[in-house]
Design a protein. Structure first.
Length: 223
């Protein structure tokens, strides 16, 4: 399967047995997390298809209206205030469409993981919690749940059977760790299986976090 101008596809082996749809953060692009694939140290016996979509280019209010790739607008320094509901829902539909594409290609929904960093993690979590089919899991890196007040309105019947990996820097100046903890607690209240770990870093990823994530994925998808 070939990549397109808006999506990068990387397969770690022939005939992938699972797919990971991975959304980048604000101002980045589809190439941002390609380099971590070998760092996950996945076994050859677990061939995975990684799908890295590009967010649309849009003006971002807190950046003076500068146009950049973003899954939704950020209208306040406090990122969970004055939320761009339309943008969040539009991007969630984009991920839902990518899930359906993978199903058409032969990967069942129960072998599909939604993943993302920062804004991308927010969209992955928002769509993952409401997706009407069983997903394998959700990866949320340095992120939070947008539109959290609507959670009980959208949450799917599969939420308690969809594991979530959450990693967050304890010195994050962009998405405060307190916002990640608030999201974690929302999920735990709804009996979501959350693996939460903080790392000594800012708004980034670390070698330890990637190692932990690789182990989590092997346990999740190696069954």
């Amino acid at each position: 399967m070939l990549s397109t101008s808006n999506t990068l596809v990387v397969e770690t082996g022939k005939e992938p047995v699972a797919s990971i749809i991975w959304a980048h953060g604000l101002g980045a692009d589809k190439y941002d997390f390609e380099s971590i694939i070998p760092m996950l140290d996945l076994p050859d016996s677990l061939p995975i298809r990684f799908i890295f979509p590009n967010a649309p280019i849009r003006p971002i209010t807190v950046n003076g209206g500068m146009e950049m790739r973003g899954w939704y607008d950020i209208r306040s320094i406090s990122i969970n205030e004055k939320e761009d509901e339309e943008g969040v829902k539009e991007s969630a539909r984009t991920l839902a469409g990518l899930i359906e594409e993978q199903i058409r290609l032969g990967i069942p929904s129960s072998r599909i993981v939604l993943a993302g960093f920062s804004q991308g993690g927010a969209i992955a979590l928002y769509q993952g919690l409401q997706h009407p089919q069983q997903l394998a899991g959700i990866i949320v890196l340095s992120s939070y749940l947008p539109l959290h007040n609507t959670l009980d309105e959208i949450v799917s019947e599969f939420v308690s059977s969809t594991p979530v990996f959450m990693g967050h820097g304890n010195q994050d100046p962009v998405v405060p760790v307190e916002l990640g903890l608030f999201t974690r607690d929302l999920l735990l209240e709804r009996r979501v299986d959350v693996q939460w770990t903080t790392y000594p870093m800012g708004h980034s990823v670390s070698a330890d976090e990637i190692s932990d994530l690789g182990k989590w994925l092997i346990e999740l998808l190696g069954k």
